[in-house]
Write a protein that binds this ligand. Structure first.
Ligand SMILES: CC(C)N1CCN(Cc2ccc(Cn3ccc4ccc(-c5n[nH]c(N)c5C#N)cc43)cc2)CC1
Length: 243
């Protein structure tokens, strides 16, 4: 997969080159290119924003600069791209979104700042046949799109074949079966007088699987009842029995 990110703060994306994702890039499983939006300005001040029409707080990112940048970055007809634009007003980015995007050959992320990007940039891209996804990583307000891109790239990249050391990890993710994962334990058997649950040390794999399912149901009911509702009434009954 090829990922391009356009931003006025390229250094914000440096964490993508660390650790697991950095190793995936070094192994050629992932290609990441970060572009400085200001490279497409032509004035001495390298202006990327201007006052909003209709008044209101803050500034809006200028369409001319974004248009020229995306013309260049998206100019790869042989490699169809999906343009992803993080925004507080976007559709929710979920694990299902991450799985869908993991099948894409190329993702281009446009990181806005200020109060966002002039709407005509997205309209123009769609008019030129580009798939444009406006997405939000959660119901809180950030200062720009870069942190959201770090979140989304990590969520997508970890699903790519070969990126995770143990592919079962992605298959057994939270949300993969619609539930939150239950508690995890490792050595020592007792730590600060707290013991690992006996069932996990007993070697009865059926009992361990049932215990883990029960803890997942219980935790989901307590922390994310909305996920349980989505699974239907049987799941809620099972969660009540599990407690
Ligand atoms: C017209 C006027 C009264 N409105 C007043 C409220 N404004 C809301 C507003 C507030 C701040 C920002 C800062 N910002 C710039 C680009 C950008 C990209 C993503 C996110 C972002 N925040 N939270 C998420 N989950 C995000 C994602 N994904 C935030 C971004 C952008 C937008 C919008 C304008």
């Amino acid at each position: 997969m090829r990922i391009d990110v356009v931003t006025i703060f390229p250094s914000y994306l440096q964490p993508l080159r660390e650790a697991l994702l950095g190793r995936a890039i070094d192994r050629g499983l992932l290609e990441v290119a970060v572009h400085d939006l200001r490279d497409w300005t032509h004035d001495v001040h390298q202006a990327v924003d201007d006052s909003p029409y209709g008044g209101g707080p803050g500034m809006v990112m200028r369409p001319q600069v974004w248009g020229e940048a995306l013309d260049d970055v998206l100019a790869t007809p042989d490699l169809p791209a999906r343009l992803v634009v993080p925004t507080p007003a976007g559709r929710p980015f979920t694990q299902a979104t991450a799985h869908a995007w993991a099948a894409e050959e190329r993702l281009v992320f446009a990181c806005g700042r200020y109060e966002g990007i002039d709407e005509r940039v997205l309209l123009d891209a769609r008019a030129r046949g580009i798939t444009v996804d406006e997405v939000s990583i959660g119901d809180y307000v950030l200062v720009g799109g870069e942190v959201a891109v770090l979140v989304m790239v990590e969520a997508v990249a970890r699903l790519l074949p070969g990126v995770l050391g143990n592919p079962r990890s992605a298959a057994e993710d939270s949300f993969s079966d619609g539930l939150l994962e239950g508690p995890s334990y490792t050595r020592p058997e007792v730590w600060r007088e707290l013991a690992v649950p006996d069932v996990l040390r007993g070697g009865n794999h059926a009992a361990i699987a049932r215990w883990r399912r029960d803890r997942a149901l219980e935790r989901t009911r307590d922390r994310r009842p909305d996920l349980l509702d989505a699974l239907g009434p049987d799941a809620l009954d099972a969660a009540d029995r599990a407690a």
